[in-house]
Design a protein around this ligand. Structure first.
Ligand SMILES: NC(=O)c1ccc[n+]([C@@H]2O[C@H](COP(=O)([O-])OP(=O)(O)OC[C@H]3O[C@@H](n4cnc5c(N)ncnc54)[C@H](O)[C@@H]3O)[C@@H](O)[C@H]2O)c1
Ligand SMILES: O=P(O)(O)OC[C@@H](O)[C@@H](O)[C@H](O)[C@H](O)CO
Length: 382
């Protein structure tokens, strides 16, 4: 079996590539990073190490690299005959790979190609659905009709903390032991992909919201509070009792929303939260606050991990979630010269003030109570 995976970065190599290899796929990584692609083709293998006491090791073999900047035709050719396509490139990049995937589908159709599933493994709600929308912009009506019948875009939720890497060998990756890959089986076309370690579910929305509004909301909380105090890593930050308490406050707010919406068992959800705090504290992982806080414009957008649960909290409980408000205000203060979105956010705040900037970034209306609450919290923290 052959899988084409877009994005040979942290999660691409450390999670999706590993699981696909273990599921007996030959994995073709498509990336724009020349060094990484050359290394994949030269070495043909890499190691994944678990961040545990034993530093357990897995070896990934049977891999190939395609530089989509230099050789897009190769990616098109491989998609035409692939058994699976996956992505882990970042939500904002999906629109840029869509033309290439569309060309791959056209070539597949010309060869009377059969069913194919394309799974976006990004931290967002409805990632594959969004990718489908972008891909369909590059197909004509006849191609769209064919693609509706043969090409599935099942959404998915992926969970594994993979920090930025500093290994001796460029391709090796250190990852946390925990992992979860959940795929919406209702949108699969043809046979279910053979990935024994993935879970196929009918109610993906509950899984993705539970993950995004707990793991990622908690992670963002830790990163934005740590950034204000000039702490460097997630484990260093969460070790401070006041931060841990704030994370627990925020996760009890998102937890209230999730339990109300999806009727999760309260005690089970509490255990899920505690396990996540343990994951953030993993002493074998050095996860930079700047990585976890990256792209604050995306993280402060309407459907992401902060604004979405805060809006739902207000709607369900007619109260302002004080913890989430403080985190949204703290996110407005996140800055790293290497993070373009944080540079833009800073400029926006300088030009228009914090309240107007938050309105524009979050998409909330000026009279929304959350807006004045975040603006007031920002003033206090600043
Ligand atoms: N790292 C984690 O802990 C983690 C966990 C779960 C989900 N995710 C999600 O996975 C996605 C990737 O995150 P990451 O941490 O692996 O980032 P990363 O920066 O390590 O990897 C992204 C890769 O995509 C490549 N890329 C960029 N533009 C491309 C293009 N046009 N075509 C092909 N490749 C391109 C980059 O060169 C890079 O190798 C994000 O959506 C992230 O939210 C990350
Ligand atoms: O990848 P982002 O920028 O959406 O979020 C940063 C981290 O919270 C994220 O990468 C986590 O490590 C991951 O989602 C854990 O499964």
């Amino acid at each position: 079996m052959k899988a084409i995976h877009f994005g040979a970065g942290n999660i691409g190599r450390g999670f999706i590539g590993l699981l696909l290899h273990q599921s007996k796929y030959e994995v073709h990584f498509v990336d724009v990073n020349e060094k990484v692609i050359d290394e994949i083709n030269q070495e043909g293998t890499y190691n994944v190490f678990l961040a545990n006491d034993a530093k357990d090791q897995f070896t990934v073999t049977n891999i190939k690299g395609i530089n989509s900047k230099v050789n897009p035709e190769k990616a098109v050719e491989e998609i035409a005959s692939a058994d699976l396509v996956t992505t882990a490139i970042g939500p904002n990049i999906l629109k840029f790979i869509a033309p290439l995937i569309a060309d791959g589908l056209k070539a597949r159709k010309a060869k009377n190609g059969q069913f194919l599933n394309i799974i976006a493994c990004e931290n967002m709600i409805g990632g594959s659905t969004e990718l489908k929308k972008f891909v369909f912009e590059h197909l004509n009506d006849e191609e769209k009709t064919w693609a509706e019948e043969y090409i599935g875009f099942p959404d998915s939720a992926v969970d594994r903390i993979v920090p930025n890497q500093s290994n001796e060998k460029l391709l090796d990756v250190l990852v946390e032991p925990f992992f979860e890959w959940v795929i919406d089986e209702t949108k699969i076309k043809g046979e279910k992909p053979e990935i024994p370690e993935a879970h196929f579910v009918e109610n993906l929305t509950a899984y993705i919201e539970r993950k995004l509004f707990t793991v990622n909301t908690g992670h963002a909380t830790t990163a934005y509070l740590g950034n204000i105090k000039d702490y460097k890593t997630i484990s260093e930050t969460i070790a401070h009792k006041d931060v841990e308490e704030k994370v627990l406050q925020v996760l009890s707010e998102t937890g209230k929303v999730l339990v109300e919406k999806y009727k999760f068992d309260k005690e089970e959800h509490q255990k899920y939260i505690q396990k996540i705090i343990g994951r953030f504290s993993n002493p074998h992982i050095v996860d930079d606050v700047k990585r976890v806080g990256r792209s604050p414009l995306r993280k402060l957008s309407r459907n992401d991990r902060l604004v979405a649960p805060a809006m739902e909290y207000v709607e369900l409980f007619k109260e302002i979630p004080a913890g989430l408000v403080e985190v949204m205000a703290s996110a407005m203060l996140f800055f790293s010269s290497e993070d373009q979105e944080s540079v833009e956010l800073k400029e926006l705040i300088q030009a228009k003030g914090a309240e107007q900037a938050f309105i524009e970034v979050s998409g909330l209306s000026a009279d929304n109570k959350l807006v004045s609450a975040v603006a007031a919290a920002y003033k206090e923290i600043q």
